[in-house]
Ligand binder design. Structure first.
Ligand code: C2E
Ligand code: CA
Ligand code: CA
Ligand code: CA
Length: 275
């Protein structure tokens, strides 16, 4: 049993080393990528289900790697979070998103995803307000999307961060609702204006009467509390009809549009004005 144990530890060490090397490599490449301009922000519309008009664009980061091609955020955001690169990267993303939004009509807002590590960083709220000032963007036009994983952290710090920005007009959305440690306590305690119901409630193996009832209940709560409820991952007209009937106010997904580069986002908005 003793030798078996040792062998296991040895195997574990190798796997850990390999993992560390891979992470270190992504980290180094990621730092260089920011400087080399290999990253860009794409924008996916969030649409008013009543009028069909674009209310918000969610900023989604893309990495165009010279050899590996397009990398999805799920492949490098976790590494950026673990290594701390997310601070530099996140500041850059917020600045880019604010700049783009400043060029859109006043009624359109921009949503930026925030990692828990970004909120923990000293001066995090100030950094965001600076980015807004530099882009000359009204704080009301910025939304920050956070997930429930944030609340496993230091809630006092989170509350301070959110209150400071909310008092300046920045809005918060609770992302991926229904996937994590969903607690209505968070909605009660923190200043959320929007809830984004995770896409697993509109598509996938567990769709049916039950998921429908959950969306309906969340939408009803949203209406009572004056919050917008966004249905994510809408790919078909049938799904759009289901969530609209359930009372969701906003929708996002490939049915409307994928995330597009900034010039296409601007084009979508100018087409709307012509209508
Ligand atoms: P998320 O915030 O839940 O973003 C939504 C993801 O779902 C995006 O993937 C989007 O392209 C995808 N999506 C949108 N509509 C549909 C649809 O109809 N069907 C399907 N199958 N997928 C759809 P993406 O861009 O790969 O981003 C993945 C995750 O990476 C995001 O999930 C977010 O957690 C993270 N992420 C992306 N950009 C940033 C960023 O700038 N900062 C941080 N911290 N995280 C980011
Ligand atoms: Ca999001
Ligand atoms: Ca989401
Ligand atoms: Ca997510």
């Amino acid at each position: 049993a003793k030798t078996g144990g040792r062998r296991q530890i040895c195997f574990f060490d190798n796997a850990m080393t390999r993992d560390l090397v891979r992470k270190k490599q992504i980290e180094t490449e990621l730092r260089a990528a920011i400087l080399r301009d290999e990253l860009s922000i794409f924008f996916q519309p969030i649409v008013d289900l009543e009028t069909g008009r674009i209310r918000t664009f969610e900023a989604l980061v893309r990495w165009f790697h010279p050899e590996k091609g397009e990398l999805r955020p799920d492949e490098f955001i976790p590494v950026a979070e673990e290594t701390g690169v997310i601070i530099t990267l996140g500041n850059w993303i917020t600045a880019q998103a604010a700049k783009a939004c400043a060029g859109w009509p006043d009624h359109v807002t921009v949503a930026v995803n925030l990692s828990p590590a970004q909120i923990r960083a000293p001066g995090a709220a100030l950094g965001i307000l600076n980015a807004l000032r530099e882009a000359n963007l009204d704080p009301h036009r910025l939304e920050l999307e956070v997930t429930e994983s944030l609340f496993l952290d230091d809630n006092d710090n989170t509350a301070r961060f959110m209150d400071e920005l909310a008092s300046c007009g920045v809005r918060f959305a609770l992302d991926d609702f229904g996937t994590g440690y969903s607690s209505l306590g968070y909605i009660n305690k923190f200043p959320f204006k929007k809830i984004k119901v995770d896409r697993s409630f509109v598509s996938g193996p567990n769709i049916g009467k039950k998921s429908d009832a959950i969306i309906r209940a969340v939408a009803e709560m949203g209406a009572t509390l004056g919050m917008d409820i966004v249905a994510e991952g809408l790919e078909t007209i049938e799904q759009v009809q289901v969530v609209r009937d359930a009372g969701c106010t906003l929708g996002q997904g490939y049915y409307f549009s994928r995330a597009v580069p900034d010039y296409l986002a601007a084009m979508l908005l100018s087409q709307e004005q012509d209508r």
